[in-house]
Design a protein around this ligand. Structure first.
Ligand code: ASP
Ligand code: MG
Length: 408
């Protein structure tokens, strides 16, 4: 039986017709090798943003079902053009929408979760020697309404296809070379990893490292699919995302990120009694406001201070909620600081090494950066710092863990 490979090309890789032809030529080499190739593609370039913009010109409140109907069209354009480009270079190819291969999802429009994929038509096409091109980012719910998986969701489609076809590896072709120790535009010493664990990648993805859709990493971890993040512009290997057991030595810190889209809310003199935090965070979650770092001081004189961070975009919807429960909490004025950044260090080796947090704090102390809040998890340490010092902090932390030596 021929080997099956799954490849995903993102929006920039299929940004115009020349790029689509290049992608077709790359796929051809795998097909010529006798492999079964399934390709998942995103919409061309900024198409999805343009579609969002069109809806925006009509309404601020589009029905979610219709929004998904609209957004899913972008991928239908790119899959058909890529199939044409392949046929043009002598490679038989067939494109499928999510509907046609029954990418079944829950009914959560704009953030749907894949439940299953039917492989019958894919297998039939392989049997006929065809390359299969699949629309990323879309599926159908139990009533056959079109759903989408959340922005960047084509990665998740690709991993789900790899899992459904029993492929060992899913190649994600993108406009960067692989996964870096930090953003190379901010820290030129940043290095690319040859390998990184699913766990680290999940943390990095949720910290806005932006290379992969978080859910694709979760799914790869659950189904044991190796993800290979690599460049669509050359053929050098990129970064493999694998399970912890496959990595010889786990790094104490493998990535450092900075997130500047958060604001810090501080509520002084909160009454020290049961149920207060529950009430506050329940009110915020009711409005779908995601809270990240939370810090509560120890009580003194029957009160304490609660600080937490939320996305800047949620500040306006949080304000009225906070105002409405202010009297119950403390009665004091609530402060909101938008000039903050969350600097995080991630590494699975933290589980077994001591002193990682103190080293990070020392790095910041050395350059005189004041830490406003701290939070830690098993494989992550985050510090809230002033936004003006964000890039400097990033570099200092990258330096102290000697990440410039990765891969050498
Ligand atoms: N086209 C969708 C987006 O722009 C899905 C993707 O690119 O993965 O979010
Ligand atoms: Mg993407």
């Amino acid at each position: 039986m021929s080997q099956t490979i799954v490849q995903k090309f993102g929006g920039t890789s299929v940004g115009d017709t020349t790029k689509i032809k290049n992608v077709a030529n790359r796929i051809k080499t795998y097909h010529d090798d006798g492999k079964n190739v399934a390709v998942v593609v995103s919409a061309m370039g900024k198409t999805t943003d343009e579609l969002v913009d069109l809806a925006d010109q009509i309404t601020q409140n589009p029905p979610k079902r219709e929004m998904d109907m609209l957004l899913s069209t972008g991928e239908q354009v790119s899959i058909s053009l890529l199939a044409m480009a392949l046929n043009e270079v002598g490679v038989p190819a067939i494109s499928f929408t999510g509907f046609q291969i029954k990418v079944k999802t829950d009914g959560n429009h704009s953030n749907a979760k894949i439940e299953s994929i039917e492989r019958r038509r894919i297998d039939e096409a392989f049997a006929e020697g065809k390359v299969v091109i699949i629309a990323g980012f879309q599926g159908i719910d139990t009533n056959e309404n079109i759903t989408t998986l959340g922005r960047g969701g084509s990665d998740t489609t690709a991993v789900a296809v790899a899992a459904a076809l029993g492929a060992d590896e899913c190649e994600i072709y993108t406009d960067v070379n692989g996964v870096y120790t930090t953003d190379p535009r901010k820290v030129p010493e940043a290095k690319m990893h040859k390998q990184i664990t699913y766990e680290e990648m999940l943390e990095l993805a949720s910290l806005g490292a932006g290379v992969l859709h978080s859910r694709s990493v979760e799914m790869a971890m659950n189904f044991g699919v190796t993800i290979h993040v690599r460049s669509s512009f050359h053929s050098e290997p990129g970064t493999l995302v694998v399970s912890e057991e496959k990595i010889m030595e786990n790094m104490r810190v493998s990535g450092v990120t900075v997130k500047s889209d958060q604001a810090r809310v501080t509520i002084p003199d909160v009454k020290d009694q049961p149920g207060i935090a529950a009430e506050l965070f329940h009110a915020l979650s009711e409005k779908d406001i995601i809270v990240d770092v939370i810090v509560q001081s120890s009580p003194h004189d029957g009160v304490n201070t609660i600080s937490f961070t939320i996305a800047k975009k949620d500040v306006n919807s949080a304000k009225p909620i906070l105002e409405s429960i202010k009297d119950k909490l403390s009665g004091r004025d609530i402060e909101i600081d938008e000039d903050i950044a969350i600097l995080s260090a991630v590494g699975v080796g933290m589980k077994s090494h001591v002193g990682v947090a103190s080293q990070m704090f020392q790095a910041l102390a050395k350059v005189g950066i004041n830490i406003l809040m701290i939070s830690t998890s098993e494989i992550k340490i985050s510090c809230v710092i002033p936004q003006t010092r964000a890039n400097e902090g990033l570099k200092a932390v990258h330096d102290i863990f000697e990440l410039e030596k990765v891969g050498s």
